[in-house]
Design a protein around this ligand. Structure first.
Ligand SMILES: [Zn+2]
Length: 373
């Protein structure tokens, strides 16, 4: 493709002539796409912020308002998708619909994260591959479980290999808040046989809950749930969730609620009976630690005092996602300064990650997530 030359008669920053199409183009708001693609090829990367996507859920509540989220009135919001680029609904199980984050800042404001992937390519992704459908390979959500979420499992690696349309979903929960006595369910108790578990599942019996490991939900702890781990978020827990971008979910038990489909047989086929990884957390007095390492992403936590700074620790080869859990900070990158407000998620393009650092403006806690293996 021929890159457009700057027209010397143009005064506006966004005025270009598209050599390929021979058209004079364009104000950012009224370009046609092909010219826009030429124009955008020349646009330098910058850290992206996003509009949240809210999802009402039977188990949701209003607690996401504490993270500064402008929730729609009178709805129980279970999920706020902070960074999402899902092309389509999964073909099996209880998948959600297609969902793409809208960019909230800079010249790409109003366009989708998927547009940024298409425009910036390896400048954004570095050596990390996009998904097979050309999407950004990470999904970030906040979840507010006012009630128990369904007991569920995502495809095991063996299942995903043999079922096209079923995608692995490894997810990690960072617990932000928990009501007294709140628990999460993570994995199947040692000693529970496959037969007993399957009998409870097929009978839609509450006994399945006793088959699972219930762990106290402790703010600051981070749990990794490899795809195939049977799990449920318990009532009264608020989490930040980092996951691979799939929404293939097989529901095993819905706590006696009716109206939502169960997917007992594929769920049983996927259920992993080996122990799930232990929780991790920042040690007392530590300001940074790696909490989770997977082949898809790494989760680091930073706890900074006001005025303290920390590098984003990018190699320049991978994009880095920053999730603000408390306090406020600013990001200084080679492209300038970006404000990081409570509850916001920022995508630092790979080609800016090595030269970027976070400076806390008040006591701040954040997750720094390099994307890729
Ligand atoms: Zn799940």
């Amino acid at each position: 493709m021929t890159r457009p030359a700057r027209d010397p008669h143009d005064t506006g920053r966004h005025d270009w002539t598209c050599k390929r199409e021979g058209v004079r183009s364009c104000k950012v708001r009224d370009f046609d796409w092909r010219c826009a693609s030429c124009y955008f090829v020349t646009m330098p990367t910058y850290p992206l912020l996003f509009e949240p996507l809210f999802f009402a859920k039977v188990w949701g509540g209003r607690a996401l308002e504490h993270l500064g989220k402008p929730l729609p009135a009178r709805e129980n919001i279970g999920e706020s998708w902070e960074l999402a680029d899902l092309a389509s609904t999964s073909s099996g199980g209880a998948g959600g619909g297609a969902a793409r984050s809208i960019i909230a800042n800079g010249p790409l404001q109003g366009r989708t994260l998927n547009d940024a992937v298409a425009i910036w390519k390896t400048d954004l992704l570095g050596a990390t591959p996009a998904t097979p459908s050309g999407c950004f390979p990470l999904l970030v959500k906040f979840l507010d479980a006012r009630e128990n979420l369904s007991v569920q499992v995502h495809p095991s690696p063996a299942y995903a290999r043999t079922h096209t349309g079923a995608h692995l979903k490894t997810e990690s929960w960072y617990i932000l808040h928990a009501e007294p006595g709140a628990v999460i369910y993570k994995g199947i108790r040692p000693g529970v046989s496959r037969d007993a578990f399957a009998t409870h599942a097929r009978a839609n019996s509450p006994d399945i809950v006793k088959d699972m490991i219930a762990l106290p939900a402790i703010p600051g702890e981070c749990h990794n749930l490899p795809s195939g781990t049977v799990h449920a978020l318990g009532a009264g827990v608020l989490v930040a969730e980092v996951q691979t971008p799939s929404d293939t979910t097989f529901r095993l038990y819905d706590w006696g609620r009716t109206g939502r489909e169960l997917h007992t047989e594929p769920a049983l086929e996927c259920s992993d009976f080996s122990p799930a990884p232990a929780a991790a957390r920042l040690g007392a007095g530590q300001s940074s630690a790696t909490l989770v390492t997977t082949e898809f992403y790494t989760i680091n936590e930073l706890s900074l005092r006001a005025g303290e700074s920390h590098t984003v620790a990018g190699s320049g080869l991978r994009p880095v996602v920053i999730i603000m859990l408390s306090g406020g900070a600013r990001l200084e990158s080679p492209s300038g300064m970006t404000s990081l407000m409570l509850g916001s998620t920022c995508l630092v393009p790979a080609n800016l990650s090595a030269g970027s650092r976070v400076i806390a403006e008040s006591a701040a806690r954040l997750l720094v997530v390099p994307v890729g293996g």
